[in-house]
Design a protein around this ligand. Structure first.
Ligand SMILES: Cc1cc2nc3c(=O)[nH]c(=O)nc-3n(C[C@H](O)[C@H](O)[C@H](O)COP(=O)(O)OP(=O)(O)OC[C@H]3O[C@@H](n4cnc5c(N)ncnc54)[C@H](O)[C@@H]3O)c2cc1C
Length: 396
């Protein structure tokens, strides 16, 4: 079975097998049940997540020595695209787990932390979440207020977090809190990253957001009320947590771009199938030039987005200094493509595009948040401009 993307790169046999498996899983397990997860947004589908874990999709970037699949970045992104084609809500849960917590632990965790958590995370026995945002700290994430205070060798955490994907289901939440003192705030250099396991006293999940789309993923608020953590729950340096978050988000953005591609690709398949069979004026509507132009634009933008994602992934893989800017470009363009394509797909199906009987209205709703999370597109536009200037030798 061919995977949807074409990279021009001859992928290793193992990657091809994983991609074929992802495609099969998306077609047989995710797509047929996506509408159900969308309708039952109160329920987190633990069965699907157990299956994802058993197949290795929760340990895609984890090296084999820690029980992961040890996939290269590009193959990982193609898998995310396949999963998002099946159900974007499930794909974001997988993307967050792999791109953020796993990558932080791999880069910044101690060997003891890696041994304790990575194999469980890779096998799907420990789902992870990433908790940076708060009510008053979104785009300006360094303004977070959750406080971590030392008590002997321990840390005590207090605060309220928001918008945590996988938040209530997660066995382990990577939580960001201030380690500077209220009297001496140090901005982004006064934040630590902590491992908070589910069931820790004082740590609880609160309100579940009722969302426009991606309802198969859960997004919750978290509360920390005198949560006591051993010293070994701190990742890396106590004042460097924010830089670890940014480092992970740079790669996370590629996961969101891949997710956006999966949504767009699903919408194109739906529009194409409909246009080929729906007849008006005695012929399929897809044979009218006006409709061909629409489908052609959708496909061209999808392929352009994929090319950008592949370019950004290549830059990451070789450590090119432009990787950061290219991640933002890929995320920006792919998310706007997902919005454009899903809007056009709704139009291509006419009245049925607006009906829940067909999946395009869900895809349209699912696409929107790709323009918002892991950096809203406005901030990516600024980052791209600033980073480009820096690459040219400027200093801002
Ligand atoms: C479904 C969902 C899942 C999420 N999952 C997670 C998660 O797992 N973990 C986590 O930590 N967070 C998560 N988030 C939070 C997400 O990252 C934030 O919503 C996002 O960073 C934007 O922050 P905000 O919502 O506070 O918007 P705000 O920062 O309040 O922005 C409001 C508007 O102002 C614009 N704006 C802000 N600053 C600027 C600027 N400097 N220049 C131009 N425009 C600007 C924004 O682009 C936006 O249009 C999730 C959010 C959603 C919706």
């Amino acid at each position: 079975m061919e995977h949807r993307a074409f990279s021009g790169i001859d992928l290793p046999e193992e990657s091809k097998q994983v991609l074929a498996l992802a495609r099969q899983f998306a077609e047989e397990r995710l797509r047929p049940t996506a509408a159900e997860r969308d309708a039952n947004e109160e329920v987190f589908d633990t069965e699907i997540h157990a299956e994802l874990g058993a197949l290795g999709f929760l340990g895609m970037r984890v090296p084999e020595e820690y029980d992961g699949l040890g996939l290269d970045l590009l193959t990982y992104l193609y898998v995310l695209e396949e999963l998002a084609w099946g159900d974007a809500g499930v794909a974001v849960s997988v993307s967050v787990h792999n791109s953020l917590p796993v990558s932080i632990l791999l880069r910044r965790g101690s060997e003891a932390q890696k041994q304790a958590w990575l194999p469980k995370m890779a096998r799907g026995e420990a789902l992870a979440a990433f908790s940076l945002s708060e009510a008053g700290a979104g785009t300006d994430a360094a303004a977070l207020r959750t406080q971590a205070t030392r008590d002997g060798a321990d840390w005590i955490l207090n605060g309220e977090k928001m918008w945590v994907t996988n938040g209530a289901a997660a066995d382990l939440v990577f939580t960001f809190a201030r380690t500077d003192s209220p009297e001496d705030r140090k901005g982004s250099r006064g934040i630590g990253a902590f491992l908070v396991p589910k069931g820790t006293d004082g740590f609880s999940a609160g309100k579940k957001e009722r969302k426009m789309g991606q309802r198969g993923s859960e997004t919750v608020a978290l509360s920390l009320d005198n949560v006591r953590l051993d010293a070994d729950r701190l990742i890396g340096d106590a004042d460097r947590g924010f830089s670890y978050a940014l480092e992970a988000l740079e790669g996370g953005r590629l996961g969101i771009a891949a997710q956006a591609l999966g949504i767009a690709s699903a919408a194109i398949d739906e529009a194409m199938n409909y246009a080929r069979t729906r007849e008006q004026f005695g012929r399929p509507v897809g044979t009218f030039q006006g409709m061909e132009f629409k489908l052609g634009d959708m496909i061209a933008r999808l392929e352009a987005s994929r090319g950008l994602l592949e370019r950004a992934a290549a830059a990451h893989s070789v450590g090119d200094p432009r990787a950061r800017r290219l991640s933002s470009v890929a995320k920006l363009f792919a998310s706007e493509t997902a919005m454009f394509v899903t809007r056009e797909a709704v139009q291509a199906l006419g009245g049925y595009g607006y009906s829940r009987e067909y999946p395009v209205e869900r895809l349209f709703r699912d696409a929107k948040v790709t323009e918002i999370y892991e950096g809203a597109n406005e901030i990516h536009r600024s980052l791209i401009a600033r980073q480009f200037y820096r690459e040219k030798g400027g200093d801002t």
